[in-house]
Design a protein around this ligand. Sequence first.
Ligand code: TYD
Length: 227
Amino acid sequence: MPSGTGLFVTFEGGEGAGKSTQIRRLAEALRARGHDVLLTREPGGSPGAEAVRHVLLSGAAEAFGTRMEAILFAAARNDHVEEVIRPALASGKIVLCDRFMDSSRVYQGVTGNLESEFIEALQRVAVNGIVPDCTLILDLPALAGLERARRRGAAGDVGPDRFEKEELETHEKRREAFLDIAAREPDRCHVIDAMRSEEVIAAEVLEAVLRQLQGRTSAKLAEAAHE
Ligand code: TYD
């Protein structure tokens, strides 16, 4: 199993897809069922990675180019994996992470115009064997997502971050890039239509994760019966 004894679930998608709301709801639903859940996010999730988060999202690293940004995302990811995610999985927790390696493939690789060999090599170092068991891609048209993200920004009085302020066309490319990843890795990725109501999406997300947990339990039982 790729991630030890726990279960590693990541949420991905463009801006304003509702990832943060859905990941919180999923954490609550799993805890209510008695599971030990760790909720975390990227960039960030560990003290070292949170320090790098500010550098990346403020745009302070933008002037040094996308290659430098990609390396910083990878450095933050590796710290987060080694300090937080790997130990949590080893102790049997369900780890829910808001964005992970697919965001680097899409934002730095596809729309940052970096070669995929470079991005994949960085990811190998960053994740060091900790690959998500299940990735939920919240999908919606870029315009709808941007409108939601801007409304949220206006309500919270925070401006768009370094990656939110790009052109609509760039956001559309990102959407396509996430869908391409899902098509290439259908066993790991589930595409969720994020244009529907929060409740309907939450139910589909929970079902996908419960199915994954059930598959894992059946595999363990089969293994035990074999010994
Ligand atoms: P965040 O404020 O966490 O927002 P959200 O996930 O709700 O969009 O911002 C994270 C930003 O960082 C987001 O615009 C995507 C970007 N990002 C990358 O470019 N590469 C990465 O590897 C990760 C994890 C995030």
